[in-house]
Design a protein around this ligand. Structure first.
Ligand code: NAP
Ligand code: MG
Length: 500
């Protein structure tokens, strides 16, 4: 703390106090770094967005702020009748408008969405953090700018499809049904809506139960952009709403991001139909640290790999494979770094780890962590005070993990890292591939040849070298094995939305 601070601030800084809804932080920093949500425009009640209008329903449910459990808004619950209405609106919009206008016109609308989102980026970041629990630093740096970038990127493709599919005749599919999870609501919506519209399809998208708000704010943007009514329909509800959408006969393609369990249900339920399907499912990524790696950079990569978005990340580096010769130093440095992580209010710009998205997810994480302890792994958590209200979990790692332990195999989807060791590159590859999943992987080493050698043998859709959790709209993202199939992002992201 600088000696130039006024006496009042010095006193506050010297005496650490617990501020409601945050971790222990000096009051002076707290008051300066908190985002003020009071000017954010949120309605007390959100209806469904169907055919360019706000549609009331019989049932509404509360959507809360997971960092304090306070209700933010009420949100409409779509039953079969409303899903049907949304699909019919999308179908009419496809037949009468969207399939008739030029690709250049489509592109213009997608650009407009991107531009308006850009103007409202701060508002979107704050709402994403309020509804999802993620640190506002992350929603500002990652969620919202990347969402915008996706709309810009696919706006650019709309009138260039013949170059994406040379010698072929790409045609739109019709109505697409899209179902997204709660960990990156706006970003997952952007990944899905942007390429679908660029290719000339119309959309019904269902938000995840716990995070509907930025989707309805996106509906307002779509209205403002003047997108023809019925081209994008946004609904909320729960798993049953999603199932109605999947099984609707007029839906020609399903794009799903979520758990492997629900992905399998969807695949079974559309078997025998002519619906197209892409699945982005779970993961249990290996983050491999070799003894020749730049250790301090690797420590940052480990932290980012597993604690970004509280570990609610499908491609999280949740299995750390560290070369045996450097295990002790890596664990020591990791502990040191973790003691400096701030757990607390998602709207505090200094927060590193926010709230767990829901009580249900918190219980899942606790259950998995208990299994780690029961199976004999050794747990570490830095000391930190968690707020009394809301859903919180300390950043955690396990050493002495056996490959057979549940924490080494199952997706935890929380801020929990399992550390395993290896001796040779071949053993690292074998352990990295010893999983049902195949979404992502990372490797840290000084040697380019080792990067290529190791990563070329790993069955994962996305691989990173000397970095982790980096995304770009131009790079395709997707999995192997039980992490799903199909790619989102890049030119490859167009494939799922055209028929040739
Ligand atoms: P989830 O339970 O599978 O839910 C995903 C979405 O599917 C939600 O909108 C959910 O609705 C809906 N849903 C639930 N049951 C359904 C059914 N029978 N038919 C149709 N839709 C149904 O997953 P989650 O807990 O929200 O998200 C976490 C999972 O997503 C993790 O496993 C994670 O790895 C995976 N994920 C993967 C990626 C990727 O790109 N590979 C990205 C992010 C997350 P409700 O929310 O209303 O229940
Ligand atoms: Mg669910």
């Amino acid at each position: 703390m600088s000696s130039k601070l006024p006496a009042k601030a010095k006193k506050a800084a010297a005496k650490e106090i617990t501020v409601k809804g945050t971790n222990i932080v000096p009051k002076w920093n707290y008051s300066k770094s908190i985002e003020d949500p009071s000017h954010i425009k949120l309605k007390p009640k959100y209806d469904l967005f169907i055919n360019g209008k706000w549609e009331k329903t019989k049932k509404y449910f509360d959507t809360i702020n997971p960092s304090n459990e306070e209700v933010i808004s009420k949100v409409a619950y779509a039953e079969g009748k409303e899903v049907d209405k949304a699909v019919n609106a999308a179908s009419k919009a496809y037949d009468n408008v969207w399939s008739k206008i030029s690709a250049k016109e489509r592109s213009k609308y997608i650009f407009r969405i991107a531009r308006i989102l850009q103007e409202k980026a701060r508002e979107f970041s704050i709402i994403e953090s309020m509804n999802g629990g993620k640190p506002v630093r992350e929603s500002k740096a990652v969620d919202i700018p990347l969402s915008i970038a996706h709309f810009f990127y696919y706006a650019g493709w709309a009138d260039k499809l013949k170059y994406a599919f040379p010698g072929q005749n790409p045609k739109p599919i019709g109505v697409v049904g899209q179902i997204i999870p709660w960990n990156f609501p706006l970003l997952m919506a952007a990944w899905k809506i942007a390429p679908a519209l660029a290719c000339g399809n119309t959309v019904v998208i269902k938000s995840a139960e716990t995070t509907p708000l930025t989707l309805y704010k996106l509906a307002e943007v779509i209205e403002e952009a003047g997108v023809p009514e019925g081209v994008v329909n946004i609904i909320s509800g729960d798993g049953a709403t999603g199932a109605y959408l999947v099984n609707h006969p007029k839906v020609k393609k399903i794009a799903f991001t979520g758990s492997t369990e629900v992905g399998k249900i969807i695949m079974r339920s559309i078997a025998g139909t002519d619906k197209k399907l892409t699945l982005e499912l779970g993961g249990k990524a290996a983050n491999i640290i070799f003894e020749d790696a730049p250790i301090d950079a690797a420590i940052e990569g480990i932290i980012n790999g597993i604690y970004f978005n509280q570990g609610h990340v499908c491609c999280a580096g949740s299995r750390l494979l560290v070369q045996e010769s450097i295990k002790d130093i890596v664990v020591k440095k990791l502990k040191h770094r973790m003691r400096n992580l701030r757990v607390g209010d998602p709207l505090d710009k200094n927060t590193d780890i926010g709230a767990i998205n829901s009580r249900m997810q918190l219980n899942k994480i606790k259950e998995m962590v208990d299994s780690g302890v029961a199976e004999g792994a050794s747990m570490y958590q830095p000391e930190c005070t968690l707020p009394a209200r809301g859903f919180w979990f300390k950043p955690t790692f396990f050493t002495e993990v056996a490959q057979s332990n549940r924490i080494a195999n199952e997706e935890i989807f929380g801020p929990v890292l399992s550390i395993l060791t290896f001796r040779t590159p071949a053993e690292a590859v074998e352990k990295a591939n010893n999983t049902f999943y195949g979404l992502s992987a990372g490797v840290w080493t000084d040697k380019g040849s080792k990067v290529f050698n190791v990563l070329s043998k790993i069955r994962a859709g996305v691989v990173w070298a000397n970095t982790f959790n980096k995304f770009n709209p131009a790079s395709p993202f997707g999995g192997y094995k039980e992490s799903g199939f199909g790619r989102e992002g890049g030119k490859q992201g167009l494939d799922a939305y055209v028929s040739l």
